[in-house]
Design a protein around this ligand. Structure first.
Ligand code: GLO
Ligand code: MG
Length: 343
């Protein structure tokens, strides 16, 4: 039985187009409008930062009611929350870490804020906590002691796993940006880390295509490796034109063969059958007019499904024949023709 895929995106994927060199170019959309777009485009999940749900400074006694409002809005649109990611990179206390900060109060803030994110996850109905360690690294290596930083990262993960015995932590690794040099820049680094935690069975990864590409790695091999560990618990599909800033381009729009290989790996592994989401992390081009600044989401999904069709169409026997003859030129032509729609 072929997998039925379920898609998600984050509210930040419908955005105003500001970049480091210019202001917003499109008006903001309300949360309600974003949910309407998700529903209309056939998405079933929304990815959240903790403060996408409720303000980071909302007093504890008001949390439950405020989260319930958002949960109700999701339900009204046939949506659910995929994960909560503590936003540990905007608060002044998070400027140099905060998990690996040299300052004990900042490290404590990271844990407190993330425990609160776990509470939000409970209230909204998900067990998944995504940890994108945005500022866990340095601009100059002498700024922190790396071995100590890894130990702080382990303390942080263990504190959350201990705080709540039902949650899972999904590390979303990225080699750079916003920091120059990140600690644990790749999925492989985090996979090794998983086994050091107090509960490896609740520690896994989310792989973003562009993050692997920025590290000079092939995203499909990264996904296959995590699948082999039974630890690919979510993905952020997108695309990336070379080793530049993180572009979050629509999936498959730069390198269709690289995208195909990701889809093929997921298909062959039966990804999604245990409820894993196909998450997108894509941005509309800054030039895109407001009224159609959702097409990057629709297109990513469409391209994904077209590639699923190709993956289901390629004849395994034909591929095996090419492999047996070691005719990889022939195999390559077969795949390229499939992708060009010539077979
Ligand atoms: C940035 C990341 C970021 C995360 C999001 C959820 O490069 O991809 O968008 O995916 O904050 O953790
Ligand atoms: Mg991402």
């Amino acid at each position: 039985m072929a997998t039925q895929y379920r898609f998600s995106f984050g509210p930040w994927n419908l955005h105003e187009g500001a970049d480091p060199f210019g202001p917003p170019v499109r008006p903001s959309r309300s949360f309600e409008e974003k949910l309407q777009i998700a529903q209309r485009l056939g998405f079933h999940g929304i990815q959240f930062h903790d403060d996408d749900v409720i303000p980071a400074d909302l007093p504890a006694p008001q949390m439950e009611a405020a989260v319930a409002v958002v949960k109700r809005m999701l339900e009204d649109h046939g949506l659910e929350a995929e994960f909560i990611a503590p936003r540990l990179w905007e608060d002044p206390r998070t400027g140099d870490g905060p998990v690996t900060s040299n300052c004990a109060q900042e490290r404590a803030y990271a844990i407190d804020r993330s425990k609160r994110a776990v509470d939000i996850a409970h209230m909204i109905g998900t067990k998944d906590i995504v940890w994108w360690p945005a500022r866990e690294g340095t601009y100059i290596r002498e700024a922190k002691r790396a071995t100590e930083s890894f130990a702080y990262m382990l303390d942080y993960a263990n504190a959350l796993l201990e705080y709540d015995s039902s949650i899972r932590i999904l590390g979303e690794m990225k080699p750079n940006e916003p920091m120059d040099l990140m600690y644990m820049p790749t999925t492989g680094h985090f996979l090794a880390f998983c086994y050091k935690t107090i509960d490896p069975s609740r520690t896994g990864v989310l792989i973003e295509s562009a993050h692997a590409i920025l590290a000079g790695l092939d995203p499909s091999d990264e996904m296959a490796y995590a699948l082999w560990h039974d630890k690919l618990w979510s993905v952020h599909l997108n695309d990336q034109n070379g080793l530049k800033y993180d572009q979050d381009k629509a999936f498959g729009t730069v390198d269709i063969r690289r995208a195909f290989n990701q889809v093929w790996v997921l298909e062959q592994a039966g990804y999604g059958a245990k409820g894993e989401w196909v998450g997108l992390d894509v941005k509309a081009m800054r030039t895109q007019p407001h009224d159609i600044a959702w097409r990057h989401l629709e297109n990513s999904k469409e391209i994904f499904f077209q590639l699923v069709e190709v993956a289901r169409r390629v004849d395994p026997n034909e591929i095996q024949d090419f492999r047996d003859q070691r005719d990889y030129e022939g195999l390559e032509l077969l795949i390229v023709k499939q992708l060009m729609g010539l077979r």
